[in-house]
Design a protein around this ligand. Structure first.
Ligand code: GRG
Length: 297
């Protein structure tokens, strides 16, 4: 576990340093938008998705300098989704990552533009990186395409739309699974798929990584549903009990706490089982699944 934490922190630091350098190159543009992007990007997220991207690229023996801009781009997309999701027109939340939400500090207009700017900067960053690597241009275009699709209507936005449409309704379990797999799972999958696009590993390796991502992404969101009921606002850095207030479809609502835990644990076990193909090299991913099942924030 100590080793896992050290490896995780090293990768998260790489992401943070990269985001810092990239964002600082935007300093000459209007101060208010720079400040609002900096505020949400550095409010203290776990960097889970970019860490997964870098760790899987490492597992596939890739060069992390090559994938770092994709990892940074993915975190920018994730942060934009949080800023927009917190807006009054969406979830209307006051706290995120332990601090007041972006629109509470900068106003709704700037928060909308902040999300738009982070989304654009993500693609600028990933495309600039691809253009610097003509020998692997197709691999990079495929990786960017994977991330774009996962963030779009066939992925995260699609899941969010079905989520919004179903607030207050008693939905079928398969619709609930669709929402979770798309709203949250799509970016988890994209982090692994992007590294697969860069390194073209054999079919059985890609299959194992993608199955891992699918199970872990769903487990992560189910645990998020659970933490919204039993979690601590301070540790989570956001208000709990919001799903019930908004009458959102959740696993806890559908299956109860105990069954939701057992579904999440089973999914984590399935994720871990996929990793045996990597032998001892896969240890980080086993510990990552344990970290997700044990998380409190
Ligand atoms: C496009 C507006 C828009 C929304 C898309 C992802 C999403 C849908 C909304 C964000 C809010 C939300 C409840 C998402 C579910 C996924 C989730 C639990 C996000 C929080 O991820 P963490 O815990 O956050 O990795 P940190 O702050 O650590 O990065």
């Amino acid at each position: 576990m100590v080793m896992f934490k050290k490896q995780y922190d090293e990768l998260a630091t790489k992401v943070n340093d990269y985001l810092r350098i990239t964002l600082d190159s935007m300093k000459k543009y209007p101060k208010i938008i720079f400040d609002s992007m900096e505020y949400s990007l550095f409010a203290g997220g776990k960097r889970l998705r970019p860490v997964m991207l870098l760790a899987s690229h490492k597992l596939l023996e890739g060069d992390l300098e090559e994938s770092l801009p994709l990892a940074g781009g993915l975190e920018m997309i994730h942060t934009y989704s949080l800023v927009h999701d917190d807006l009054p027109a969406m979830d209307n939340d006051d706290f995120r990552r332990g601090v007041p939400t972006n629109h509470k500090v900068f106003g709704e207009g700037i928060a909308i533009l902040c999300g738009d700017a982070l989304l654009n900067l993500a693609y600028e960053t990933m495309i600039d990186n691809a253009l610097r690597r003509p020998e692997k241009l197709i691999n990079h275009l495929n990786a960017i395409n994977t991330i774009a699709k996962a963030a779009g209507i066939r992925g995260m936005i699609g899941g969010q739309v079905v989520d919004l449409e179903n607030e207050g309704k008693d939905i079928d379990p398969d619709i609930l699974q669709y929402i979770h797999e798309h709203k949250t799972g799509a970016l988890f999958m994209a982090s692994l798929k992007a590294s697969i696009m860069l390194e073209d590993p054999p079919e059985n390796i890609s299959k194992a990584l993608l199955e891992y991502g699918k199970s872990l992404g769903l487990a992560f969101q189910i645990i998020d549903d659970i933490l919204d009921v039993v979690g601590d606002d301070k540790k989570l850095g956001k208000m709990t009990g919001r799903d019930r207030e908004k009458d959102k479809a959740t696993y806890v609502d559908k299956y109860g706490l105990e069954k939701s835990w057992s579904i999440a644990k089973e999914l984590c076990d399935n994720a871990i089982a996929q990793i045996s193909i990597f032998g001892p090299e896969g240890e980080f991913f086993i510990q990552l699944a344990n970290f997700i099942i044990d998380r409190h924030n």
